[in-house]
Design a protein around this ligand. Structure first.
Ligand SMILES: C[S@@+](CC[C@H](N)C(=O)[O-])C[C@H]1O[C@@H](n2cnc3c(N)ncnc32)[C@H](O)[C@@H]1O
Length: 330
């Protein structure tokens, strides 16, 4: 896959390289040039208040075009509400993009295959804590099931999920990726830890089986969904979690508002934008964690654990681990 040179970001499929704040758009054809990296290091994370409404916040596309709001961007991309033809085209273009990508770790990670280990280690630490806290009553005989959404070639299932879950189902709209996943996973696992179902469908058309899953893992794919389809997917999927079950969403974060990738038809949302959508889904933010150890030129990556039930109230007022406590989505 070739690198596309965009301003203000360099986009490599869904896996964007990000070299300065997404609301500034000077023309650039330089790939991650030192001045930008330097500038980024000096930048402080923008402070975003909880009053922030992402829909009202401006964003940019990968060609540097600015939008005053997410509504404006969506109107331009998929037309007015109910324009099914434009929306269908949006999804078709997204899948076509991935159909042209090599079915390998490097392919699904946009040429950044070397971040696989850091990604998996970060996910494992997050998942282990959650399993201990959430599925604490799980006995040795408990049968755990996960769903790997937008699984690509099964990278996350193979390196992580299959070790913790007795069964993993994979969902992926690109047939060649799913075939590779099936091959990659055929020799893995055992009778008690295996990949079971391979669904070749996109998230916006999928309704998981009721009450089947302990964990629904959504990584580096939800940017392909429009806001409304994002909300309806999670609303449908809520009923597919077992008691104590949870979602993990692991995604790239835009610093502000959003960044639309014109090439692969995906939107990188900011943290407040995600929180606003989670609130619309009626989900509770149970825990979050920043992914560490990724190359500096990439977007920041965050993990969100989300539950259907309200997290219990914590009465302690001060703690160093406050960030990891259940909290209301602000
Ligand atoms: C950056 S890759 C990530 C793959 C995998 N999650 C990983 O981390 O290795 C993005 C994946 O999203 C998939 N995808 C694209 N559109 C999708 C949709 N509408 N629903 C579900 N997955 C989609 C792509 O086919 C691709 O496999």
């Amino acid at each position: 896959m070739s690198l596309s040179h965009y301003s203000p970001l360099i986009s490599i499929g869904h896996f964007h390289c990000y070299n300065h704040q997404n609301h500034i758009s000077p023309p650039s054809t330089t790939l991650a040039s030192p001045p930008y990296l330097h500038q980024r290091r000096k930048e402080k994370r923008s402070v975003i208040t909880h009053l922030f409404d992402s829909m009202e916040v401006s964003g940019v596309d990968s060609q540097g075009k600015e939008f005053n709001s997410a509504q404006e961007m969506w109107r331009e991309e998929i037309g007015e509400e109910g324009d099914e033809t434009r929306k269908t085209q949006w999804y078709k273009d997204g899948v076509s993009y991935w159909e042209g990508v090599e079915a390998s770790v490097d392919g699904v990670l946009g040429g950044y295959g070397h971040v696989n280990d850091a990604d998996i280690i970060g996910s494992e630490v997050f998942l282990k804590t959650l399993l201990q806290e959430r599925l604490v009553n799980v006995g040795a005989n408990q049968h755990l099931v996960a769903l790997d959404c937008g699984s690509g070639i099964g990278r996350i299932t193979k390196n992580l999920l299959i070790r913790y879950f007795n069964e993993v189902d994979l969902l992926e709209p690109v047939a060649q990726f799913l075939d590779t996943a099936r091959e990659n996973l055929a020799s893995m696992g055992s009778e008690t830890h295996k990949a079971t179902n391979f669904f070749c469908v996109p998230l916006q058309e999928f309704t998981p089986a009721a009450g089947r899953y302990d964990v629904i893992w959504v990584q580096w794919c939800i940017g392909h969904l429009t806001d409304d389809d994002f909300v309806s997917f999670f609303n449908r999927a809520k009923g597919c979690l077992k008691p104590g079950g949870f979602f993990v969403v692991k995604e790239n974060l835009a610093r502000k508002g959003f960044v639309l990738d014109k090439e692969d038809r995906s939107v990188t949302r900011s943290d407040p934008y995600f929180k606003q959508l989670f609130r619309r889904c009626g989900l509770h933010l149970y825990q979050t964690k920043d992914q560490k150890g990724l190359p500096e030129e990439l977007f920041a990556v965050k993990m969100y654990a989300l539950t259907v039930d309200t997290p219990p109230k914590i009465h302690k007022t001060r703690s160093r681990t406050r960030d990891n406590r259940p909290q209301i989505i602000k």
